[in-house]
Design a protein around this ligand. Structure first.
Ligand code: AHR
Length: 325
């Protein structure tokens, strides 16, 4: 029996009120509920323990659920990562998990997936918010508060050095959201501290050996530096090697603080060479797939699914190293 105009209007109003309808109204691709999915995971690179732990977490959660896992490694190239997403689109995966290497170059990949009707969930790093928005262009961002991580590193350092330090900063990948935000959180905190000054700041691309090389050059130019703030543990471990090569004692002559919580960093804390590291939790698998399920069920997905982070220093490193990656 054909529906009356009134029933049709009632149905349309009910649909418009649902969260799914509001996402669809913004042009967001829907995700059909299924027993099993075929998902893509576009990783940035695999050259550090953090990335490997993140990939392992995603892969093992997909396996546990029986979902097919299409994995790509962009090998530290934003251009390759864009091509990787395009290839996932061509393969018609159900949904793409994307860890965008840099904020701007990955925007076209997000938009291409949207145009192709494939939902995207950003993992751990953001894209440029002026060009792409959660709830409109992609489902959501799942990740840590990188600004707060930088602030917490600065706050710990402030206490450890009694408010006085000449700091070398080793930045992460230029143009990436963790590098931008960790820099900002740290800089904003020390802005009010007259005794704490960044004397040099350069990118080590989140890579251990690059961090070592950059630290070597900056220590040569600033032999009176008393602290190193690295945007990740791998670069901090590289910087510790650079300090030792110069005959300086990390943890005694120079205070080292960092972000991530890797096994090597916790070991360096136990050995007294690193002061502290703010956790950046890489184990995204369960939260990522739970968010996929919520989206498929038509639930409202918040624009930022926050990942909580712990803090490691000499009070808990030995106790927690067993669980580190
Ligand atoms: O985006 C998170 C950062 O990326 C981690 O701190 C770092 O180790 C990784 O490469």
């Amino acid at each position: 029996m054909p529906m009356s105009r009134r029933s049709l209007l009632t149905l349309a109003a009910a649909a418009a009120a649902s969260p799914l309808a509001s996402a669809l109204a913004q042009g967001m691709p829907p995700l059909q509920r299924k027993a099993n999915y075929r998902v893509g995971f576009a990783q940035t690179e695999s050259n550090n323990p953090w990335r490997i732990a993140q990939t392992d977490s995603m892969r093992s959660e997909a396996q546990r659920r029986g979902d097919a896992f299409v994995y790509t490694d962009a090998a530290a190239s934003a251009a390759k990562q864009v091509a990787d997403v395009n290839s996932m689109i061509a393969q018609r995966v159900d949904l793409i998990f994307l860890a965008p290497r840099e904020e701007r170059p990955l925007v076209p990949a997000v938009m291409a997936a949207k145009r192709a009707g494939i939902p995207v969930i950003l993992l751990d790093r953001r894209v440029d918010g002026a060009q792409a928005q959660p709830g409109r262009d992609y489902v959501t961002f799942i990740g840590s508060d990188f600004i707060d991580q930088g602030r917490r590193a600065a706050e710990w350092l402030d206490g450890a050095v009694n408010g006085s330090a000449r700091i070398i900063e080793l930045q992460g990948t230029t143009g990436s959201s963790p590098a931008n935000d960790r820099r900002k959180g740290f800089a904003d905190y020390i802005a009010a501290k007259s005794g704490m000054r960044i004397v040099a700041s350069q990118s080590g691309d989140f890579v251990r050996d690059r961090g070592r090389q950059v630290a070597e050059a900056l220590l040569q130019a600033h032999p009176d530096a008393t602290a190193i703030y690295a945007h990740n543990d791998e670069m901090a471990v590289g910087a510790i090697a650079a300090l030792e090569a110069r005959g300086r004692r990390p943890g005694q002559d120079v205070t080292v603080v960092s972000i991530d919580g890797t096994r090597s960093a916790l070991q360096a804390i136990i050995d007294g060479k690193m002061g502290a590291t703010v956790e950046s939790n890489p184990r995204f698998g369960p939260k990522a797939f739970e968010t996929l399920d919520r989206y498929a069920a038509g639930e409202t997905v918040e624009h930022w699914v926050k990942v909580p982070d712990r803090f490691f220093d000499r009070n808990n490193a030995a106790q927690l190293i067993g669980d580190a990656y």
